[in-house]
Structure formats: structure tokens, C-alpha cells
Design a protein around this ligand. Structure first.
Ligand code: SF4
Length: 62
């Protein structure tokens, strides 16, 4: 699985970073991005949970 953050849509709420810190981190401009590509199998469920919980639907998985 691949997780991509649309940084134009990210409002820096921190939800994904707290839900799945193994995959999502803030970068220098306070926008979230995925730090692993692809997302390891054992992290797919929490990454998907983060994507579904993002208030602006900024996280896309494929
Ligand atoms: Fe940005 Fe969405 Fe993550 Fe919040 S949950 S920090 S809006 S990508």
C-alpha cells in the first residue's frame, strides 16, 4: 500500500501523526507526509485509519 498526503489539503491538525506515527510525520512546513513508501503490511490498518480520519480527506491510499 502507498499513502500520499495532499499537502495543499492538509490543515496540520495532527490526527494522522498521532494515529499512525510510524507512517506520518510533520515536515518543516508543518504539513504531514508519509515517511515510508510502501507502507509495510503491519502498518496498513493504522495508516488506513488515519486516512479515513483525516478531516480534509488529504490522505490518499492506493
Ligand atoms: Fe493533515 Fe489530514 Fe494529517 Fe490532519 S490528518 S495532519 S489534515 S493529513
Amino acid at each position: 500500500m502507498k499513502a500520499v498526503v495532499d499537502q495543499d489539503a492538509c490543515i496540520s491538525c495532527g490526527m494522522c501523526v498521532s494515529t499512525c506515527p510510524e507512517v506520518f510525520e510533520f515536515d518543516d512546513n508543518e504539513k504531514a507526509h508519509a515517511v515510508v513508501d510502501p507502507v509495510p503490511g503491519e502498518l496498513e490498518d493504522s495508516a488506513q485509519e488515519a486516512a479515513e480520519g483525516c478531516p480534509t480527506d488529504a490522505i490518499h491510499t492506493e
